[in-house]
Design a protein around this ligand. Structure first.
Ligand code: VGL
Ligand code: ZN
Length: 242
């Protein structure tokens, strides 16, 4: 059943780690990660239009970070501070005024959660955010740990399941991450769970001619974003019904 989330300025969208190293051609690419970009761009537009808060996190490691293989960690070097691979994807339409949260900057500590060792909780409080929507990479690391921390802080938290993908080092890791998040009280949503301009706006009756064209353009865009998010959506839904 469509949930019809009504986004307001007390909501926040957090986009996790959409950095070049986690995308195709990067040092630690998440399979299919590039396909999330248009879906996330749709969410960015939706949250911008609603005057909600938008945050983007980035993995921001020193070059001798403990999670890298040379230091005995599990990962190849990735998202090293100020390198090309640490940059956000250029295709992601991040507005200028968003807050960027850098994480895992201490060489001695791994931090998958955007709350861990950052100002994120403080920023949410300052912005009077009451609910958090999360999409991005990687479901089984950053997203799950961030969602669990958000729940510990009692934020109603919604995982955008058509806008997140994981690494699956072990098969089933992503499925387990979803189960853990839902057990902790997180909700799930896709683009279909938000009001749609096409369905709700009787354009001809309420909008002056001069504006009507613009509105239907936006409706078209929403429709396209929805279509794009449909493939991964169905997959996630069936996987988690089992
Ligand atoms: C992450 C793998 C390595 C994440 C960070 O934040 O999801 N995953 N470093
Ligand atoms: Zn990392």
């Amino acid at each position: 059943m469509k949930k019809n989330y009504d986004i307001t300025n007390s909501d926040a969208l957090l986009i996790t780690d959409m950095q070049k190293d986690f995308l195709s051609g990067g040092a630690l690419p998440v399979e299919g990660g590039d396909e999330l970009i248009p879906v996330l761009n749709g969410y960015i537009k939706r949250f911008e239009d609603a005057k909600a808060h938008i945050f983007a996190s980035r993995d921001w490691h020193p070059q001798n970070h403990i999670s890298f293989k040379a230091q005995g960690g599990p990962w190849p070097p990735h998202c090293v501070q100020n390198t090309e691979g640490a940059k956000f994807s250029l295709d992601l339409k991040l507005p200028d005024h968003i807050v960027v949260i850098s994480k895992a900057t201490n060489p001695e500590h791994e931090s998958y959660s955007v709350f861990d060792g950052t100002s994120f909780a403080h920023e949410l409080k300052m912005c009077e955010v009451k609910r958090l929507f999360i999409g991005g990479l990687a479901t089984d690391y950053c997203v799950v740990n961030t969602v669990l921390d958000a729940r510990k802080l009692d934020f109603p938290t919604v995982v955008l399941t058509d806008a997140t993908l994981g690494i699956n080092v072990e098969p089933g890791d992503v499925d387990k991450a979803f189960v853990t998040m839902f057990k902790a009280g997180a909700q799930q949503a896709t683009n279909d769970d938000f009001p749609d301009a096409v369905d709700t706006l009787p354009i001809e009756e309420t909008i002056p001619d001069s504006l009507a064209e613009k509105t239907s353009e936006r409706a078209d865009e929403n429709k396209k974003a929805r279509m794009r998010s449909r493939g991964p959506t169905r997959q996630v839904r069936t996987e988690h019904k089992r």
